[in-house]
Design a protein around this ligand. Structure first.
Ligand SMILES: C[S@@+](CC[C@H](N)C(=O)[O-])C[C@H]1O[C@@H](n2cnc3c(N)ncnc32)[C@H](O)[C@@H]1O
Ligand SMILES: [Zn+2]
Length: 344
Protein backbone atom coordinates (compact mmCIF):
# COMPACT_ATOMS: atom_id res chain seq x y z
CA UNK A 1 0.00 0.00 0.00
CA UNK A 2 1.32 3.43 -0.88
CA UNK A 3 1.31 5.61 2.28
CA UNK A 4 -0.37 8.40 0.20
CA UNK A 5 -3.51 6.26 0.08
CA UNK A 6 -4.08 7.06 3.77
CA UNK A 7 -5.40 10.50 2.76
CA UNK A 8 -8.28 8.85 0.89
CA UNK A 9 -9.14 6.07 3.33
CA UNK A 10 -11.95 6.23 5.89
CA UNK A 11 -13.15 3.69 8.41
CA UNK A 12 -15.93 1.69 6.70
CA UNK A 13 -17.68 1.33 10.07
CA UNK A 14 -17.58 4.99 11.20
CA UNK A 15 -17.93 6.38 7.66
CA UNK A 16 -16.77 9.65 6.06
CA UNK A 17 -14.58 11.36 8.67
CA UNK A 18 -13.18 8.29 10.35
CA UNK A 19 -9.53 8.48 9.29
CA UNK A 20 -7.48 5.35 9.74
CA UNK A 21 -4.06 5.10 11.38
CA UNK A 22 -1.28 3.14 9.71
CA UNK A 23 1.16 0.91 11.57
CA UNK A 24 3.67 -0.34 9.03
CA UNK A 25 5.47 -3.68 9.30
CA UNK A 26 7.59 -4.55 6.26
CA UNK A 27 8.29 -1.61 3.93
CA UNK A 28 9.69 -2.07 0.41
CA UNK A 29 12.60 0.03 -0.92
CA UNK A 30 10.26 2.32 -2.86
CA UNK A 31 8.19 3.06 0.29
CA UNK A 32 5.38 0.59 -0.46
CA UNK A 33 3.92 -0.85 2.76
CA UNK A 34 3.99 -4.62 2.26
CA UNK A 35 2.58 -5.61 5.66
CA UNK A 36 0.95 -3.63 8.43
CA UNK A 37 -2.31 -2.63 10.03
CA UNK A 38 -4.90 0.09 9.50
CA UNK A 39 -6.84 0.91 12.66
CA UNK A 40 -9.68 3.28 13.44
CA UNK A 41 -9.01 5.29 16.63
CA UNK A 42 -12.76 5.96 17.02
CA UNK A 43 -14.27 2.48 16.92
CA UNK A 44 -11.13 0.38 17.35
CA UNK A 45 -11.65 -1.81 14.30
CA UNK A 46 -8.42 -2.91 12.55
CA UNK A 47 -7.67 -4.24 9.08
CA UNK A 48 -4.53 -6.01 7.86
CA UNK A 49 -2.25 -4.99 5.00
CA UNK A 50 -0.96 -8.17 3.37
CA UNK A 51 1.09 -8.54 0.20
CA UNK A 52 0.95 -4.73 -0.22
CA UNK A 53 -2.87 -4.60 -0.25
CA UNK A 54 -5.10 -3.30 2.56
CA UNK A 55 -7.75 -5.97 3.20
CA UNK A 56 -11.23 -4.96 4.34
CA UNK A 57 -13.02 -8.21 3.40
CA UNK A 58 -13.49 -11.17 5.73
CA UNK A 59 -13.00 -14.40 3.70
CA UNK A 60 -16.61 -15.43 4.42
CA UNK A 61 -17.92 -12.21 2.79
CA UNK A 62 -16.10 -12.76 -0.51
CA UNK A 63 -18.78 -14.29 -2.77
CA UNK A 64 -16.48 -13.98 -5.81
CA UNK A 65 -14.12 -16.95 -5.53
CA UNK A 66 -14.78 -17.56 -9.24
CA UNK A 67 -13.48 -14.08 -10.13
CA UNK A 68 -10.52 -14.43 -7.79
CA UNK A 69 -9.53 -17.56 -9.69
CA UNK A 70 -10.43 -16.16 -13.12
CA UNK A 71 -8.38 -12.99 -12.88
CA UNK A 72 -5.33 -14.81 -11.57
CA UNK A 73 -5.60 -17.55 -14.21
CA UNK A 74 -5.96 -15.11 -17.14
CA UNK A 75 -4.36 -12.05 -15.57
CA UNK A 76 -2.57 -10.65 -18.59
CA UNK A 77 -4.89 -11.56 -21.49
CA UNK A 78 -7.09 -8.44 -21.39
CA UNK A 79 -4.30 -6.05 -20.40
CA UNK A 80 -3.37 -4.15 -23.57
CA UNK A 81 0.21 -3.45 -22.50
CA UNK A 82 0.90 -7.12 -21.75
CA UNK A 83 -0.96 -8.77 -24.62
CA UNK A 84 -0.33 -6.53 -27.63
CA UNK A 85 -3.84 -5.24 -28.40
CA UNK A 86 -5.82 -2.08 -27.70
CA UNK A 87 -9.16 -3.64 -26.75
CA UNK A 88 -9.21 -2.42 -23.15
CA UNK A 89 -8.32 1.16 -23.99
CA UNK A 90 -10.87 1.21 -26.80
CA UNK A 91 -13.53 -0.14 -24.51
CA UNK A 92 -12.72 2.21 -21.60
CA UNK A 93 -12.85 5.27 -23.87
CA UNK A 94 -15.99 4.10 -25.70
CA UNK A 95 -17.88 3.07 -22.56
CA UNK A 96 -16.86 6.06 -20.41
CA UNK A 97 -17.02 8.62 -23.24
CA UNK A 98 -14.11 10.43 -21.54
CA UNK A 99 -11.49 11.54 -24.07
CA UNK A 100 -7.98 10.06 -23.72
CA UNK A 101 -6.51 13.49 -22.99
CA UNK A 102 -8.96 14.05 -20.11
CA UNK A 103 -7.46 11.34 -17.85
CA UNK A 104 -4.14 13.10 -17.03
CA UNK A 105 -4.02 14.36 -13.45
CA UNK A 106 -7.46 12.98 -12.49
CA UNK A 107 -8.16 10.82 -9.43
CA UNK A 108 -10.37 7.92 -10.51
CA UNK A 109 -12.12 5.03 -8.76
CA UNK A 110 -12.12 1.72 -10.67
CA UNK A 111 -15.02 0.00 -8.91
CA UNK A 112 -14.56 -3.79 -9.23
CA UNK A 113 -11.18 -3.62 -10.97
CA UNK A 114 -10.66 -7.35 -11.67
CA UNK A 115 -7.16 -7.94 -13.07
CA UNK A 116 -6.72 -4.21 -13.72
CA UNK A 117 -7.21 -3.99 -17.48
CA UNK A 118 -8.84 -0.54 -17.24
CA UNK A 119 -6.80 0.69 -14.26
CA UNK A 120 -3.66 0.02 -16.28
CA UNK A 121 -5.00 2.05 -19.22
CA UNK A 122 -6.18 4.97 -17.04
CA UNK A 123 -2.85 5.10 -15.19
CA UNK A 124 -1.02 4.94 -18.53
CA UNK A 125 -3.02 8.00 -19.60
CA UNK A 126 -1.81 9.87 -16.51
CA UNK A 127 -4.59 9.32 -13.97
CA UNK A 128 -4.19 8.30 -10.34
CA UNK A 129 -6.40 5.22 -9.98
CA UNK A 130 -7.80 3.53 -6.89
CA UNK A 131 -8.77 -0.04 -7.82
CA UNK A 132 -11.17 -1.83 -5.49
CA UNK A 133 -12.21 -5.45 -5.69
CA UNK A 134 -13.82 -7.81 -3.20
CA UNK A 135 -11.96 -10.93 -4.35
CA UNK A 136 -8.42 -12.23 -4.87
CA UNK A 137 -8.64 -10.47 -8.24
CA UNK A 138 -7.13 -7.54 -6.34
CA UNK A 139 -3.81 -9.42 -6.16
CA UNK A 140 -3.88 -9.79 -9.94
CA UNK A 141 -4.62 -6.07 -10.29
CA UNK A 142 -1.77 -5.20 -7.96
CA UNK A 143 0.63 -7.36 -10.02
CA UNK A 144 -0.62 -5.88 -13.30
CA UNK A 145 -0.32 -2.28 -12.12
CA UNK A 146 2.85 -2.51 -9.96
CA UNK A 147 4.70 -0.95 -12.90
CA UNK A 148 2.94 2.36 -12.13
CA UNK A 149 4.86 2.65 -8.84
CA UNK A 150 4.47 1.51 -5.23
CA UNK A 151 5.93 4.58 -3.52
CA UNK A 152 5.42 8.36 -3.70
CA UNK A 153 4.16 9.40 -7.15
CA UNK A 154 2.77 5.91 -7.80
CA UNK A 155 -0.37 5.96 -9.89
CA UNK A 156 -2.40 2.91 -8.81
CA UNK A 157 -3.65 1.95 -5.34
CA UNK A 158 -5.28 -1.43 -4.81
CA UNK A 159 -7.78 -2.12 -2.03
CA UNK A 160 -9.58 -5.39 -1.26
CA UNK A 161 -13.02 -4.18 -0.17
CA UNK A 162 -16.69 -4.48 -0.97
CA UNK A 163 -18.21 -1.71 -3.06
CA UNK A 164 -21.11 -1.77 -0.58
CA UNK A 165 -18.78 -0.85 2.32
CA UNK A 166 -16.07 1.24 0.74
CA UNK A 167 -13.30 2.33 3.14
CA UNK A 168 -13.02 5.67 1.32
CA UNK A 169 -13.90 9.29 2.08
CA UNK A 170 -16.88 10.64 0.15
CA UNK A 171 -16.45 13.34 -2.51
CA UNK A 172 -12.83 12.57 -3.46
CA UNK A 173 -12.91 11.32 -7.08
CA UNK A 174 -12.91 13.23 -10.37
CA UNK A 175 -14.47 10.15 -11.91
CA UNK A 176 -15.86 6.76 -10.98
CA UNK A 177 -16.27 3.94 -13.46
CA UNK A 178 -17.80 0.54 -12.81
CA UNK A 179 -17.44 -1.82 -15.77
CA UNK A 180 -18.83 -5.34 -15.91
CA UNK A 181 -19.48 -5.52 -12.16
CA UNK A 182 -22.99 -4.27 -11.36
CA UNK A 183 -24.75 -7.42 -12.65
CA UNK A 184 -22.47 -9.62 -10.54
CA UNK A 185 -23.50 -8.13 -7.19
CA UNK A 186 -26.38 -9.17 -4.93
CA UNK A 187 -27.97 -5.68 -5.02
CA UNK A 188 -27.22 -3.71 -8.22
CA UNK A 189 -29.60 -0.88 -7.30
CA UNK A 190 -27.97 -0.30 -3.90
CA UNK A 191 -24.54 -0.36 -5.55
CA UNK A 192 -25.51 2.11 -8.27
CA UNK A 193 -26.91 4.46 -5.64
CA UNK A 194 -23.83 4.13 -3.40
CA UNK A 195 -21.00 4.90 -5.85
CA UNK A 196 -21.97 8.50 -6.79
CA UNK A 197 -21.33 9.75 -3.27
CA UNK A 198 -17.60 9.26 -3.84
CA UNK A 199 -17.57 11.83 -6.67
CA UNK A 200 -16.31 15.37 -6.23
CA UNK A 201 -18.79 18.09 -7.27
CA UNK A 202 -18.79 18.00 -11.07
CA UNK A 203 -17.21 14.51 -11.11
CA UNK A 204 -18.06 12.03 -13.87
CA UNK A 205 -19.73 8.65 -13.52
CA UNK A 206 -19.79 5.79 -16.06
CA UNK A 207 -21.59 2.47 -15.59
CA UNK A 208 -21.47 -0.54 -17.87
CA UNK A 209 -23.87 -3.40 -17.06
CA UNK A 210 -25.70 -6.33 -18.63
CA UNK A 211 -28.85 -5.03 -20.30
CA UNK A 212 -32.18 -6.77 -19.79
CA UNK A 213 -33.84 -7.74 -23.07
CA UNK A 214 -33.83 -9.87 -26.19
CA UNK A 215 -30.28 -11.30 -25.98
CA UNK A 216 -30.99 -12.82 -22.61
CA UNK A 217 -34.06 -14.57 -23.94
CA UNK A 218 -32.09 -16.02 -26.87
CA UNK A 219 -29.50 -17.58 -24.55
CA UNK A 220 -31.74 -20.42 -23.47
CA UNK A 221 -29.02 -23.03 -22.86
CA UNK A 222 -26.79 -20.62 -20.97
CA UNK A 223 -29.55 -19.73 -18.53
CA UNK A 224 -30.68 -23.33 -18.15
CA UNK A 225 -27.11 -24.25 -17.15
CA UNK A 226 -26.89 -21.22 -14.87
CA UNK A 227 -29.67 -22.67 -12.74
CA UNK A 228 -26.94 -24.84 -11.24
CA UNK A 229 -23.48 -23.52 -12.22
CA UNK A 230 -23.30 -20.64 -9.68
CA UNK A 231 -23.40 -23.31 -6.97
CA UNK A 232 -20.66 -25.52 -8.45
CA UNK A 233 -16.98 -25.38 -7.48
CA UNK A 234 -14.45 -23.41 -9.51
CA UNK A 235 -12.96 -26.71 -10.75
CA UNK A 236 -16.34 -28.00 -11.92
CA UNK A 237 -17.15 -24.75 -13.74
CA UNK A 238 -13.74 -24.73 -15.36
CA UNK A 239 -14.22 -28.31 -16.57
CA UNK A 240 -17.70 -27.46 -17.90
CA UNK A 241 -16.44 -24.31 -19.65
CA UNK A 242 -13.55 -26.20 -21.23
CA UNK A 243 -15.91 -28.92 -22.48
CA UNK A 244 -18.39 -26.39 -23.94
CA UNK A 245 -15.60 -24.44 -25.63
CA UNK A 246 -14.09 -27.65 -27.06
CA UNK A 247 -17.46 -28.56 -28.61
CA UNK A 248 -18.70 -25.17 -29.80
CA UNK A 249 -15.64 -23.01 -30.49
CA UNK A 250 -14.90 -24.35 -34.00
CA UNK A 251 -18.53 -23.68 -34.95
CA UNK A 252 -18.60 -20.11 -33.55
CA UNK A 253 -15.34 -19.42 -35.35
CA UNK A 254 -16.83 -20.49 -38.67
CA UNK A 255 -20.06 -18.57 -38.07
CA UNK A 256 -18.14 -15.43 -37.05
CA UNK A 257 -16.52 -15.27 -40.47
CA UNK A 258 -19.89 -15.15 -42.30
CA UNK A 259 -21.46 -11.68 -42.05
CA UNK A 260 -25.22 -12.27 -41.93
CA UNK A 261 -24.95 -15.60 -40.14
CA UNK A 262 -22.70 -14.59 -37.24
CA UNK A 263 -25.74 -13.47 -35.23
CA UNK A 264 -26.44 -17.20 -34.65
CA UNK A 265 -23.51 -17.20 -32.23
CA UNK A 266 -25.87 -15.64 -29.69
CA UNK A 267 -27.75 -18.95 -29.40
CA UNK A 268 -24.61 -20.95 -28.68
CA UNK A 269 -23.77 -21.48 -24.98
CA UNK A 270 -20.23 -20.12 -25.03
CA UNK A 271 -19.05 -16.48 -24.94
CA UNK A 272 -17.17 -16.63 -28.21
CA UNK A 273 -14.63 -13.90 -29.00
CA UNK A 274 -13.20 -13.59 -32.51
CA UNK A 275 -11.69 -10.12 -32.59
CA UNK A 276 -9.11 -9.65 -35.33
CA UNK A 277 -6.80 -7.72 -32.95
CA UNK A 278 -6.22 -11.02 -31.15
CA UNK A 279 -4.12 -13.98 -32.27
CA UNK A 280 -6.03 -17.27 -32.75
CA UNK A 281 -4.66 -18.52 -29.41
CA UNK A 282 -5.78 -15.32 -27.67
CA UNK A 283 -9.26 -15.61 -29.21
CA UNK A 284 -9.54 -19.14 -27.87
CA UNK A 285 -8.26 -18.18 -24.40
CA UNK A 286 -10.55 -15.12 -24.24
CA UNK A 287 -13.51 -17.30 -25.19
CA UNK A 288 -12.70 -19.74 -22.37
CA UNK A 289 -12.24 -16.85 -19.92
CA UNK A 290 -15.57 -15.24 -20.83
CA UNK A 291 -17.37 -18.58 -20.82
CA UNK A 292 -16.04 -19.35 -17.34
CA UNK A 293 -17.15 -15.82 -16.34
CA UNK A 294 -20.69 -16.55 -17.62
CA UNK A 295 -21.10 -19.76 -15.68
CA UNK A 296 -19.04 -19.12 -12.53
CA UNK A 297 -20.54 -15.81 -11.42
CA UNK A 298 -22.67 -16.19 -8.29
CA UNK A 299 -25.03 -13.39 -9.42
CA UNK A 300 -26.14 -12.21 -12.81
CA UNK A 301 -28.79 -9.50 -12.47
CA UNK A 302 -29.58 -7.52 -15.61
CA UNK A 303 -30.78 -3.92 -15.69
CA UNK A 304 -32.79 -1.80 -18.06
CA UNK A 305 -30.80 1.34 -18.98
CA UNK A 306 -33.86 3.61 -18.69
CA UNK A 307 -34.33 2.47 -15.12
CA UNK A 308 -30.62 2.99 -14.36
CA UNK A 309 -30.90 6.55 -15.70
CA UNK A 310 -33.99 7.20 -13.57
CA UNK A 311 -32.19 5.93 -10.48
CA UNK A 312 -29.19 8.22 -11.07
CA UNK A 313 -31.49 11.21 -11.53
CA UNK A 314 -33.19 10.22 -8.29
CA UNK A 315 -29.87 10.43 -6.38
CA UNK A 316 -29.40 13.96 -7.71
CA UNK A 317 -26.98 13.41 -10.58
CA UNK A 318 -27.04 15.74 -13.59
CA UNK A 319 -26.66 15.30 -17.35
CA UNK A 320 -27.77 11.69 -17.05
CA UNK A 321 -27.71 9.81 -20.36
CA UNK A 322 -28.07 6.12 -21.10
CA UNK A 323 -27.89 3.55 -23.87
CA UNK A 324 -28.33 -0.24 -23.72
CA UNK A 325 -25.82 -1.53 -21.14
CA UNK A 326 -24.43 1.94 -20.39
CA UNK A 327 -25.22 5.01 -18.29
CA UNK A 328 -23.32 8.26 -17.74
CA UNK A 329 -23.87 11.16 -15.35
CA UNK A 330 -22.22 14.12 -13.66
CA UNK A 331 -22.25 14.95 -9.96
CA UNK A 332 -23.91 18.30 -9.20
CA UNK A 333 -21.37 21.13 -9.23
CA UNK A 334 -22.54 22.64 -5.93
CA UNK A 335 -24.72 21.83 -2.96
CA UNK A 336 -27.52 24.07 -4.26
CA UNK A 337 -27.63 22.04 -7.51
CA UNK A 338 -28.17 19.05 -5.29
CA UNK A 339 -31.24 20.40 -3.50
CA UNK A 340 -33.55 17.82 -5.05
CA UNK A 341 -31.41 14.86 -4.06
CA UNK A 342 -33.38 12.65 -1.65
CA UNK A 343 -30.74 10.22 -0.45
CA UNK A 344 -27.04 10.65 -1.13
C1 LIG B 1 -16.59 -9.51 -14.54
S1 LIG B 1 -15.41 -8.92 -13.41
C2 LIG B 1 -15.00 -7.34 -14.14
C3 LIG B 1 -13.64 -6.84 -13.74
C4 LIG B 1 -13.18 -5.56 -14.45
N1 LIG B 1 -14.04 -4.43 -14.16
C5 LIG B 1 -13.12 -5.83 -15.95
O1 LIG B 1 -14.02 -5.36 -16.66
O2 LIG B 1 -12.19 -6.52 -16.37
C6 LIG B 1 -16.37 -8.45 -12.00
C7 LIG B 1 -15.48 -8.04 -10.79
O3 LIG B 1 -16.32 -7.46 -9.80
C8 LIG B 1 -15.83 -7.87 -8.53
N2 LIG B 1 -16.92 -7.67 -7.57
C9 LIG B 1 -18.14 -8.29 -7.54
N3 LIG B 1 -18.85 -7.84 -6.48
C10 LIG B 1 -18.09 -6.92 -5.85
C11 LIG B 1 -18.27 -6.11 -4.68
N4 LIG B 1 -19.39 -6.16 -3.94
N5 LIG B 1 -17.27 -5.29 -4.31
C12 LIG B 1 -16.13 -5.23 -5.02
N6 LIG B 1 -15.90 -5.97 -6.13
C13 LIG B 1 -16.87 -6.81 -6.55
C14 LIG B 1 -15.40 -9.31 -8.77
O4 LIG B 1 -14.51 -9.80 -7.79
C15 LIG B 1 -14.79 -9.22 -10.17
O5 LIG B 1 -13.39 -9.01 -10.13
ZN1 LIG C 1 -14.25 3.34 12.91
Amino acid sequence: MRPDLLDLLACPVCGGDGSLELTAGEIAEDGDVVTGTLACPSCGVAYPIERSVPRFVAPADDYCGNFGFQWQAWRTLQVDRLSGHKLSEQRLIADSRWPRAWFAGKTILDAGCGAGRFADVAAGLGARVVGVDISAAIDACRETTAIHGGGPGGRVDCIQASLFELPLKPGIFDAVYCMGVIQHTPDPVALMRNLPKFLKPGGRLAYNFYEEGLWRRLQVIKYALRLITPFLSVDANLALSKALVAVFYPLTRRLASIRKVRILNHFIPIASVHDSQLTPDQQHAWTLLDTFDWYGARFEKRQHHDRVAALLKDVGLKEVESAPGLCWAISPASQSDDASAPSR
